[in-house]
Design a protein around this ligand. Structure first.
Ligand code: ZN
Length: 578
């Protein structure tokens, strides 16, 4: 038996009255000559809402809930009311056309309630997000490790609703800065809204946000980024800046629609990256000498290869800085311009201005050095090679897994390998490894398997680098200084193949990677794996971290290799019989 109490019965009566009204409005709409609309659960377009001030809307019982190409959708309880007609006349003067609907009281109430949030949102200046330096400094002091963020978030959840959205956003940005995150990810999932940060190249779960915050935060972030508020089914890009007191931080935001809701990723563009020099890359002396030598040349291609997030752009910026001096003109074509470099003309791919057309235009600007963000098709590759052959030094990137794979990649695009010798200077391969936090890294004695892995990795080292007797390695632990992750900062591990006669001949004869590598052996440049193992032995990074970015040999690889050597090679065996 269901028990009713008075309050419940009262609500029920209200509900029934509302339902009755809804049915009545719906039935009357055709007779009054207006289309009927039900606005509860409808996404209200904030741009439209603000076309009618809240006070006016409440007084005359009409709201604007959507606007597309200057056509405003207006819902009114009594669309024939002279006040509504006057409102529409005013909008017409402002060059808006109106589409008029009839709706119930509860539809109006639903829209009235949206004013509070939208007004609070739009008082933020578009494109600039103000966080006071005091707030940032205070927050930075309290956030030592990523686990501090959920704790702080819990205290914010008790704040009133309007303040809660601003406070949550401030915490998200302050947390990202305190932990030196490069990207902020907000992803709606079945179970909740996930907030993740990427720092030192790895994504970390931070906290789950509730859907109340998510909806309102997305509108505000879209507004800040200069995106269209009401489009939920399209991908959008934008950017905004905010002042931390110490420096102005630029954020590049990107939204994509999803099954559950929109995901946003915000990249924090750290101005210190633009000042990244070759010294910061922690190049080993052999690769450093090779790169310096190639950058000094007046022409030719310098290509860095690697997957997304391997630091190709960071490395190119460092090389550009190295090559930059008063006497040279440098022009870049990027997608998009991530960091501004002093004294360099930077252009950005946009619509008609593609990598290919941009490169042709840039060549008419009499540059000495050109950077092309990426070679992804034959047209760009051909133009870049042409530029390199006509007296320009050209920096670019290719999306491949290793330096040796860069040559067959260009051939797959349709480039004749016979042009490599006169156009390519050096093909580089790279990854980024996280640097162990010097405050908390923990020394340990590696297991026999780990020692064997390292020995197998160094078996062909050009300078016979050996694993020391009784080696001491380091692993990540975590302390407040490194945000509890055990790592702080990143270093590059590099390999490179200089274009010389032997490499050119090999590429034309047989462009398989192992053939090219064999031809490049006399250049004596360590591989990415060898460079990485050396950084493990030096305690710069851990073996676990290296394994995350490159494939390590197996523990028994060394044994297998030596067994193979002991058996007579097959060729000799058959030549004997013949
Ligand atoms: Zn630490």
């Amino acid at each position: 038996m269901v028990q009713f109490n008075d309050a419940f019965a009262g609500n029920r009566a209200l509900d029934m009255r509302a339902q009755e009204e809804e049915r009545y409005v719906q039935a009357m709409a055709p007779r009054l000559g207006f289309p009927y609309i039900y606005l509860r659960g409808y996404t209200i377009n904030p741009e439209a809402l603000l076309l009618i001030p809240e006070q006016t809307a409440r007084t005359i019982g009409a709201v604007s809930f959507d606007v597309k190409q200057k056509v405003v959708s207006i819902a009114a309880k009594n669309p024939s009311d002279p006040a509504v007609i006057e409102l529409i006349a005013n909008l017409t003067k402002r060059k808006y056309a109106a589409q008029l609907y009839i709706c119930s009281t509860q539809s109006l109430e639903h829209v009235f309630a949206r004013y509070k949030d939208v007004v609070a949102t739009t008082t933020e200046r578009k494109g600039v997000f103000e966080i006071s330096p005091e707030d940032i400094l205070k927050m930075k002091e309290t956030i030592k490790i990523k686990e501090d963020i959920p704790t702080l978030m819990a205290t914010i959840s008790t704040a009133n609703n309007i303040r809660r959205i601003s406070a949550t956003l401030e915490l998200i940005f302050a947390g990202a800065l305190a932990l030196r995150a490069s990207d902020i990810h907000i992803e709606p999932e079945e179970s909740g809204i996930r907030l993740r940060y990427r720092f030192d190249g790895v994504l970390h779960d931070i906290v789950d946000l509730d859907s109340y915050i998510y909806e309102r935060m997305m509108s505000r972030l879209k507004l800040l980024s200069g995106m269209t508020l009401n489009a939920k089914k399209i991908a959008q890009d934008g950017r905004f800046t905010f002042d931390t007191g110490e420096k102005e931080v630029e954020i590049r935001s990107s939204i994509i629609p999803g099954a559950i809701g929109e995901s946003i990723v915000m990249r924090i563009l750290d101005p210190t990256v633009a000042s990244f020099s070759m010294e910061n890359l922690r190049l080993n002396e052999y690769i450093k000498a090779a790169i310096r030598q190639q950058i000094k040349k007046p022409n030719g291609l310098i290509i860095t290869t690697g997957p997304t997030g391997s630091g190709k752009t960071t490395a190119l910026y460092a090389f550009l800085r190295e090559a930059h001096n008063e006497g040279v003109k440098i022009i870049t074509i990027e997608n998009p311009v991530e960091y501004k470099l002093d004294g360099i003309v930077q252009t950005q791919v946009d619509g008609e201005y593609t990598f290919a057309s941009g490169l042709r235009a840039v060549l008419r600007q009499d540059p000495d050095i050109i950077m092309v963000g990426e070679v992804r098709d034959l047209e760009v590759a051909e133009t870049a090679i042409h530029a390199a052959q006509t007296g320009h030094l050209v920096f670019t990137t290719l999306h491949t897994n290793s330096a040796a794979a860069g040559f067959p990649r260009l051939m797959d695009m349709g480039i004749d390998p016979r042009s490599f010798g006169t156009s390519i200077n050096v093909m580089l391969g790279q990854r980024l490894v996280r640097i162990l936090c010097t405050e908390c890294k923990e020394a340990y004695t590696p297991s026999p398997d780990e020692v064997n892995i390292m020995k197998a990795a160094l078996v062909n080292h050009p300078y016979q680098l050996a694993v020391p007797e009784n080696p001491t390695l380091y692993k990540a632990k975590g302390c407040p200084l490194c945000g509890g992750t055990g790592y702080k900062g990143r270093a590059g591990i590099f390999e490179g193949i200089i274009m010389d006669e032997a490499v050119e001949e090999a590429v034309i004869r047989d462009p398989r990677e192992h053939v090219i590598l064999e031809a490049a052996k006399p250049q004596k440049i360590p591989s990415m794996l060898e460079d990485g193992i050396e950084k493990v032995i030096l305690g710069i990074t851990s073996l676990q971290e290296l394994e995350r970015v490159v494939e390590l040999p197996t523990a028994d690889a060394l044994e297998k290799a030596s067994k193979k050597k002991a058996e007579p090679p097959e060729d000799d065996f058959y030549s004997h019989i013949i």
